[in-house]
Design a protein around this ligand. Structure first.
Ligand code: 13P
Ligand code: SF4
Length: 324
């Protein structure tokens, strides 16, 4: 952490292409306060790629997709971690940092996938398919992870499934991620019926229309999209994989079939790329604001806790994934 605070004015240079000047003054007070509070409390802010640009580019210390946030959470030198993302991400950070204070600034920042399955559902699946290993997407509660053999994220799902070296796996809870992985492997995948409320709204017709109205557009789709969308896209990968694709391939025109703020965050680093922006917002990610991050650091809320018996089993499933 730097002893000299970067001023909000300096930070505006980073985000001026995605935050209009008229909106910026509403953020500066909170940004200055958060930068000071981070030093005072020896805190770091981990922000997911879907956070808004004033969070992602102005106060976050570590940014990335779910896998990167989990990996980087393992090596944090801080007393306090603020997770700017949704609740399952904060739980994962806590699992990997049991002795640190992990805060999430709005406890109701959930996820439709995490809400689609309970620990009892996983036990029922095990009874129905005895001996078949359970691969659980990180977008689940710690209680669900605790019932699982191993976790996965959108960036390592295929590698995790194949690492088990078995003919069949149960993959929970995202039906579309499971089907998108199934299309790339000989392993038989038994899926659940969970969906991401943001990605399930995209369809193949949207892509065909985008290609017509924006000639030459390169289409990148998150693997939580329905398989018909992934099949129509030019590339599919995790949020960070999409961001890396833009940096590597430098398409003239691109559309990210994923949450809306991603395009803003990636556009900041790529002024020469034109981003076409259909806007599907994740209401859960958008619960996190500069104002509530500031309040979280000022008032030490909301502290993320996990029942120790659940945590032991859930941590094992996350650590097994991270060892791959
Ligand atoms: P990533 O792991 O690709 O960042 O995805 C997380 C998520 O919630 C996507 O909706
Ligand atoms: Fe969950 Fe979808 Fe929001 Fe990601 S975008 S946090 S999967 S609801």
């Amino acid at each position: 952490m730097s002893a000299v605070l970067p001023t909000a004015a300096f930070l505006y240079e980073r985000v001026r292409r995605v935050i209009p000047p008229i909106e910026w003054p509403a953020f500066t007070d909170d940004i200055e306060a958060i930068l000071a509070l981070k030093c005072e409390r020896k805190a770091v802010i981990l922000a997911h790629n879907y956070q808004t640009p004033e969070i992602f580019h102005c106060v976050a210390d570590i940014v990335g997709d779910s896998l990167a946030l989990a990996r980087k959470a393992m090596a944090i030198d801080a007393d306090v971690i603020v997770l700017a993302g949704v609740h399952f991400m904060a739980e994962t950070a806590k699992l990997l940092n049991p002795d640190k204070t992990v805060l999430i600034s709005d406890l109701s920042a959930g996820c439709s996938l995490a809400d689609s399955i309970t620990a009892a559902d996983v036990r029922l699946m095990r009874q129905r398919y005895p001996g078949v290993p359970v691969v659980t997407y990180v977008n689940t509660s710690a209680a669900v992870k605790a019932e699982s053999d191993i976790c996965c994220t959108s960036s390592n799902a295929l590698a995790v499934v194949e690492s088990l070296d078995v003919p069949r796996v149960i993959m929970l809870p995202d039906e579309y991620l499971a089907k998108n992985v199934a299309a790339k492997t000989d392993v038989e995948i038994i899926a659940w019926k969970g969906h991401c409320e943001v990605h399930e709204r995209f369809n193949a017709e949207d892509i065909r229309e985008l290609r017509e109205t924006h000639p030459g557009v390169v289409v990148l789709a998150h693997p939580e999209c329905p398989p018909e969308v992934v099949a129509e896209a030019d590339f599919s990968g995790s949020t960070s994989a999409m961001s890396d694709y833009v940096g590597r391939e430098k398409p003239k025109r691109v559309v990210l079939m994923t949450e809306c703020s991603m395009s803003d965050n990636v556009a900041v680093a790529h002024p020469d790329v034109e981003f076409v922006r259909p806007c599907n917002l994740c209401p859960h990610m958008k619960r996190i604001t500069l104002a509530n991050i500031r309040a979280a650091l000022e008032e030490n809320r909301h502290v993320v806790t996990i029942d120790p018996r659940v945590a032991t089993h859930a941590r094992r499933a996350v650590e097994r994934m991270l060892s791959i």
